[in-house]
Design a protein around this ligand. Structure first.
Ligand code: PDD
Length: 282
């Protein structure tokens, strides 16, 4: 049986319980990360936990853990659960307290929880590409915080599922922001365009890796906003996330992207990503 980490303890799944008053449950008052393990090693884990602590700081949550302590913790959980290839979900909430919107005074102990799941890389989709739909971005204005409040993302993803697509590409008015659970890129004339890092998107770790690969390979990486129309007229489109990696999108709203096949720039970025897995996992 796989174990779950809650506040310092490695518990059996059926023992892993939190209070009905937990503010994550009642208000979505917390933050999370999702980290990938390849061959028993953690990929870009330092970057993930730096973002985790940044998210905590942005919501005024004092976690009392360093990046190194968090890395040790998830490494132990991977070992305990014997996970070689899979994902680690970790979240922190502001703790359990009588329901009151403002922060508990005095503060209560945050609840840190983590679990693992074994699965392989999405090779088939990486080869063939996926379908996406577009939808209005109805989320709040601090999408840079990896918050537990994911209702906008959940509704967007469900919209995609309804239309037999794997991802919903969100836009605020005409401007493409990001996917329900991914960053979005339009590739035109050999250049990669993606939304700049600000409050409208999550600063994806995979996005960061794609930026590094683009620099390595002299592929222009342009952090500027673009429109839905530009996206639909791109030569290639990709989405990226910890689980989807560098994922080609070959149809948007039922129409082929470019010639409907996975393009050359996408393949170069995927090759680069495979190299980064080897060099950035520890
Ligand atoms: N989601 N944007 C959003 C809204 C996301 O939820 C994610 C990732 C990303 C990509 O970030 P990264 O490359 O750091 O995974 C962008 C994770 C995988 C999730 O919610 O499970």
């Amino acid at each position: 049986m796989t174990k779950v980490f809650i506040n310092g303890e490695f518990l059996e799944q059926e023992e892993a319980k939190v209070s009905y008053e937990d503010r994550g449950y009642v208000f979505g008052d917390g933050i999370y990360e999702y980290i990938r393990a390849y061959e028993g090693k953690l990929f870009t884990v330092k970057e993930h936990f730096e973002r985790f602590l940044r998210s905590a700081n942005e919501i005024g949550l004092d976690l009392n853990y360093t990046v190194d302590e968090l890395i040790e913790l998830v490494r132990k959980l991977l070992d305990v659960n014997g996970v070689k290839n899979g994902g680690i979900y970790i979240q922190a909430t502001r703790g359990a307290a009588p329901r009151e919107h403002s922060f508990p005074t005095p503060p209560v102990k945050p609840v840190l929880m983590a679990f693992t799941k074994s699965y392989d890389r999405p090779f088939e989709d990486l080869e063939k590409g996926i379908y996406a739909v577009t939808t209005e971005d109805i989320r709040w204005l601090r999408c840079d915080i990896k918050s537990l409040n994911l209702l906008g993302n959940v509704l967007a993803k469900e919209f995609a599922v309804k239309y037999n697509a794997s991802e919903a590409i969100q836009h605020r008015g005409e401007t493409v922001t990001e996917g329900a659970s991914s960053n979005v890129y339009a590739i035109k004339d050999g250049k990669v365009y993606t939304h700049p890092v600000n409050n409208f998107i999550l600063n994806g770790i995979t996005r960061k890796v794609i930026k590094w690969i683009s620099e390595d390979k002299n592929i222009p990486f342009i952090e500027e906003t673009f429109t839905v129309d530009f996206l639909k007229n791109a030569d290639e489109v990709i989405i990226s996330s910890t689980s989807a990696e560098v994922m080609p999108v070959v149809k948007i709203d039922g129409e082929d992207v470019g010639n409907g096949n996975v393009g050359d720039v996408t393949r170069q970025l995927q090759d680069g990503f495979n190299e980064y897995i080897k060099t950035h996992s520890l």
